[in-house]
Design a protein around this ligand. Sequence first.
Ligand code: TXA
Ligand code: MG
Length: 305
Amino acid sequence: MATHPKTAEEAAAILARGQVCALPTETVYGLAADATNWAAVGQIFSTKKRPRFNPLIVHVLDAAKAVDVVQLDNCAARLMEAFWPGPLTIVLPSAAHSRVAKNASGGLSTLAVRSPAHPLFRAVLEDWNSPIVAPSANRSGRLSPTTAAHVIEEFGGGVPVLDGGPCEAGVESTIVSLTNSRPTLLRPGAIPAEKIEAALGHPLLAPGGGIEAPGMMTSHYAPTARVRLNAKEAQENEVLLGFGGTPEATLDLSPDGDLSEAAANLFAYLRRLDALGRPIAVAPIPDKGLGRAINDRLRRAAAER
Ligand code: TXA
Ligand code: MG
């Protein structure tokens, strides 16, 4: 059983020893390690059983620290100014002088960077003063954790966790790639694409062909139970995950139809329903704003495995 850190300083000390530690972010809990330590980065992949080709996000304090690891252009600077700190991850060419371990980016010449808003994660970054890799703190392919208890459940208590309470956003960061001819949305997330498009002054491209974020395999975020989408009501043995006051819902993501509240509850409610051991039916969720991120996660949870 791991001994859990009580403070950001204790968590930073675990990272400094080259070990992994789960940290709270405003989106989901991350499994953190020193981005410059090859062995520590390797431990993330083995702890999560994550395929080695699936690159990690590097977390930095701000744009001034981002230049240590990636090459910024005007567009990147504009997005960082508008949305950092916060749940926007930007994929950029790696900086030639970057000290980030090569296994963090799965051998790619690009790197995903983000500046988390959670005060505890920021306190660790300040104390540690070095970039931190942190994928979601779940076993690969499973539901992302939004509380410290979820992380403990995922790894059977073997991973130390800095408890920062429940995550505010509840879905992962939005990922935009600036390595194509035009800014491309790789993953819908906690910042609605519409807001990013408004800041850029033009639409984001949708990823074409292949899987451009190597981690966006179709089946992902998967509970043990079968998941059926756009359900009007539960059938036979199913439990029902509602939205906006769905009649006879087992749990309702937001009785008032608030998409932020629904996103914050999404993974926790899927976990609770999964524990009932019955198939899960999910009511329709509007496909706009944060609803796009929620529907993306639900489609992956429902995909063929
Ligand atoms: O909100 C978040 O982003 C959370 C918290 C912990 O920060 N982190 C997170 O990390 O969701 P993870 O590893 O679960 O998802 C990262 C995604 C993966 O789909 C990965 O393939 C993609 O980012 N990614 C990372 N580096 C990339 C790169 N260089 N090019 C394209 N996609 C990349
Ligand atoms: Mg993940």
